[in-house]
Design a binder for this molecule. Structure first.
Ligand code: 13P
Length: 275
């Protein structure tokens, strides 16, 4: 997870080329997706418990409360170690969209990231690849960072089309982004069959997909951009399996659902990203 090497050629004083082995450090990013859980007071209690439990600052940590708790959680955060993540955004700047939330509103409450393309948005609420791509652009244009989630269903895995599916989602979600824009993107590979089922992908299964995604980024934006890009894994992460997943070369932290609702478990998972 932490270190990956990239080779680069530089020209020395006397014209000779020098090969440098650059070790690029990707800071792992562990984000708790609270989904439709926790009232305002419960959210404050959870983030306070988490803050007091966290000791190390070398992992980036985020929480994604329900929209109703975003403002309260932001105010409750005594320090800026924990990033505030919104679970969704509408693609339009404002207007008659009952029940939706705009980028301006998320900026106003102090969000740092917006999660886009979560499997529940794609599969329960019918968000298409095209809509997900529009939302990615909305978030970046608004000046926030984006976590783009993607992943295959159980049927797609059984049919052997896992890589085809995630490559399609990636191509569509990031199409046309500049390298600067890509630098504000974190990917989250979440196999749909592993979400909320207790059945995590094995470290090897996850690593295979993460590697394929990084290769695709390298093909599109170059090796430096792909070396820098962080790719989280999500789907039934628990304290017991986190370290094995996070120690894979191309897994840079996680997007955690159920286990992020318990401060102790989530803190343990964050700590697993350090080792
Ligand atoms: P679980 O950790 O509950 O499987 O959920 C994963 C997820 O959907 C995070 O976004």
């Amino acid at each position: 997870m932490l270190l990956s090497a990239s080779l680069c050629v530089e020209y020395g004083k006397h014209g000779g080329s020098v090969l440098w082995l650059h070790y690029m450090q990707r800071v792992p990013f562990v984000c708790g997706n609270w989904k439709m859980h926790k009232t305002v007071s419960e959210s404050i209690a959870l983030v306070n418990a988490l803050s007091s439990r966290l000791t190390d600052t070398s992992v980036e940590i985020g929480v994604a409360p329900a929209h109703t708790s975003l403002y309260a959680v932001k105010k409750a955060l005594a320090d800026d170690r924990i990033r505030l993540v919104a679970q969704n955004v509408h693609e339009a700047p404002r207007g008659a969209f009952t029940g939706e939330v705009s980028m301006e509103m998320l900026l106003d409450v102090g969000c740092d990231y917006v999660l886009v393309g979560h499997s529940e948005r794609r599969h329960i609420f019918g968000e298409s690849d095209e809509l997900v791509a529009q939302k990615v652009r909305t978030v970046l244009a608004g000046g926030l960072r984006v976590i783009l989630a993607l992943g295959e269903t159980l049927d797609e895995r059984k049919q052997g089309s896992t890589l085809m599916t995630v490559r399609r989602q990636l191509t569509s979600g990031l199409e046309g982004l500049s390298e600067d824009e890509l630098a504000k993107v974190v990917l989250a590979y979440e196999p749909v069959w592993a979400i909320g089922t207790g059945l995590s992908a094995s470290p090897d299964q996850a690593q295979e997909v993460h590697r394929a995604l990084r290769t695709q980024i390298s093909d599109g934006w170059g090796s430096e951009a792909s070396t820098k890009l962080r790719i989280q894994y999500g789907g039934s992460i628990k304290p017991a399996n986190a370290q094995a997943l996070f120690s894979q070369l191309d897994i840079d932290g996680g997007l955690v659902g159920g286990a992020s609702l318990l401060a102790e478990d989530f803190a343990d998972i964050c700590e697993a990203a350090l080792t």
